[in-house]
Design a protein around this ligand. Structure first.
Ligand SMILES: NC(=O)c1ccc[n+]([C@@H]2O[C@H](COP(=O)([O-])OP(=O)(O)OC[C@H]3O[C@@H](n4cnc5c(N)ncnc54)[C@H](O)[C@@H]3O)[C@@H](O)[C@H]2O)c1
Length: 242
């Protein structure tokens, strides 16, 4: 691919980790398409002010046809970062409703699957692609009272391992990331005692910053990442040592 400008799609790009990834990949020289169910407004800016985006599209990743339709507006895509996600229900698992369980799995897991399936054909055809799925430490360890979220993220790690192996000789590298608590709007909705528990498990005794996650994504999206696929990369301040 040489020095050709690459096109990246970032889901969940309106805020938090997705937005940090959009800014970072824009800085890396990519054309960046943001997909999100909400417009980027968390910092009081309108979409047009986000120069990081080549284009921003309203897409619900849990809707497979919406993902396919949006792809037709992007054309060639080289990099996919699946960051769209929700915390889901914060409660003992026996109190979780059918609806909350399904919605969490539909967005965090099926949304990731939908987007990977929508981009893979053309990546395989060109023999180059980078897919980065934002999973979570919750998917490795399980966080109490976050059963749907933990299950969805464990499934994203498993999905990544499986697809990474399927595409291993196609030039399309698929990796996941397992962050511990990162300072984003997502945590504003997390119950304080859950947040406190999660920080207490981090040896560095602090939350991570979205830019720290974006730096890892930047490398995973690059040519320099060349001998890793199906892996789950830790970014947890030392919480996970495996
Ligand atoms: N913040 C953390 O502590 C943390 C830790 C580990 C993993 N993660 C994961 O990182 C990813 C990003 O998290 P964040 O902290 O930036 O969250 P966030 O809530 O700040 O941002 C998530 C974005 O996803 C979008 N979104 C939600 N449902 C969607 C849908 N159906 N279709 C398209 N977009 C949708 C939201 O509108 C939002 O812009 C998530 O997958 C999350 O599970 C976050």
């Amino acid at each position: 691919m040489g020095t050709q400008v690459r096109t990246a799609i970032i889901t969940g790009a309106s805020q938090g980790i997705g937005l940090a990834c959009a800014k970072r990949l824009h800085r890396d020289g990519c054309r960046v398409f943001g997909f999100d169910i909400n417009k980027p407004s968390s910092q009081g800016l309108e979409v047009s002010e986000f120069t990081e985006f080549t284009e921003f599209l309203i897409v619900d990743v849990s809707d497979s046809s919406a993902c396919k339709d949006a792809m037709s507006k992007v054309g060639q895509v080289d990099i996919l970062v699946n960051s769209a996600g929700i915390v889901g229900p914060n409660m003992p698992f026996w109190e979780v409703s059918d609806q909350d369980w399904s919605r969490t799995l539909d967005i965090n897991l099926t949304g990731t699957f939908n987007m990977m399936r929508a981009v893979v054909a053309q990546m395989r055809e060109r023999k180059w692609g980078r897919i980065i799925n934002i999973a979570s430490i919750a998917g490795k360890e399980g966080n109490p009272n976050l059963a749907a979220y933990s299950a969805s993220k464990a499934a994203v790690i498993g999905l990544t391992k499986s697809v990474g192996k399927e595409l291993a000789t196609d030039g399309v590298l698929v990796n996941s990331i397992a962050p511990a608590v990162i300072s984003t709007p997502m945590n504003e909705k997390t119950a304080p005692q859950v947040l406190e528990y999660m920080i207490s498990r981090i040896p560095m005794s602090r939350v991570g910053q979205p830019e720290e996650v974006a730096a890892l994504v930047s490398w995973l999206a690059s040519d320099e990442c060349s001998f890793s696929t199906g892996a789950c990369y830790d970014i947890s301040g030392g919480r996970a040592t495996y």
